[in-house]
Design a protein around this ligand. Structure first.
Ligand code: PGA
Length: 236
């Protein structure tokens, strides 16, 4: 089973989402699990039985006065089961720090929501990639309860939305390293996904990477027809 997470980011308007959700009715995925992370206002539109719901973020505090944020209780009440945490766009553009990301991961785990923790290096950090990944992992995993429920998304930042992807052996090495590091240091096995310019053309190649547990898909997930091509290829 592979996890196929669609991250819509800040895309699609009401009418487009209505059509998107209708088109999703045609999608079949027996072997893999589909998760959709729409923009917050559209979460209630995703009522299909053939997929799960995720959010793109969650507030670091549980309730009360935090203008513009969405709480974990609100997400749970909408049937959300997964939450992306620490996406590089939030880390870099919105200056989200490791400390905040840890709080969000803890909150998810305490509330039975699977956090999808995004980690990955910038292009200029390629020479010290493992150090970057270590810091992003350690700042969250140190003394973390229920750590086995964390899903890691390895997303090289230079591959996000650029059409560039690492080679299969580079991805394989990174994923294998992440899994081994977490197992050795924290004694847990976490699934690790790959994200960054996954599309209907490169999925055949990417699917040869056996250590991968799934994919986090941004741009290509905005068109149900393209996403469906990916799903069909992964169904085999
Ligand atoms: P992309 O985005 O597939 O458009 O590269 C991936 C992501 O940021 O989650």
């Amino acid at each position: 089973m592979k996890l196929i997470i669609s991250n819509h980011k800040m895309n699609l308007t009401k009418g487009e989402v209505e059509q998107y959700v209708k088109d999703l009715e045609e999608i079949e995925s027996d072997k893999n699990r589909l998760v959709f992370c729409p923009s917050f206002p559209y979460i209630p539109y995703f009522t299909g039985k053939n997929y799960k719901l995720g959010s793109q973020n969650v507030a670091e505090r549980t309730m009360g006065a935090l203008t513009g944020e969405v709480s974990i209780e609100q997400l749970k009440s909408l049937g959300v089961e997964y939450s992306i945490v620490g996406h590089s766009e939030r880390r870099n553009l919105l200056k989200e720090e490791n400390e905040t990301i840890r709080k969000k991961v803890v909150l998810c785990l305490e509330n039975g929501i699977y956090p999808i923790l995004c980690i990955g290096e910038k292009e200029e950090e390629l020479h010290c990639k493992e150090q970057v990944l270590k810091e992003e992992i350690d700042s969250v995993f140190e003394n973390l309860e229920y750590a086995e429920n964390v899903i890691i998304a390895y997303e090289p930042i230079w591959a996000i939305g650029t059409g560039k992807t690492p080679t299969n052996s580079e991805i394989d090495n990174s994923i294998t390293w992440i899994k081994q590091y977490i197992k050795d240091r924290y004694r847990v096995d976490c699934p690790v996904l790959y994200g960054g310019s996954v599309n209907e053309k490169n999925i055949d190649t990417l699917s040869e990477i056996e250590v991968l547990d799934g994919y986090l898909i941004g741009g290509t997930s905005l068109k149900v027809s393209l996403l469906n091509q990916i799903i069909k290829k992964l169904e085999g």
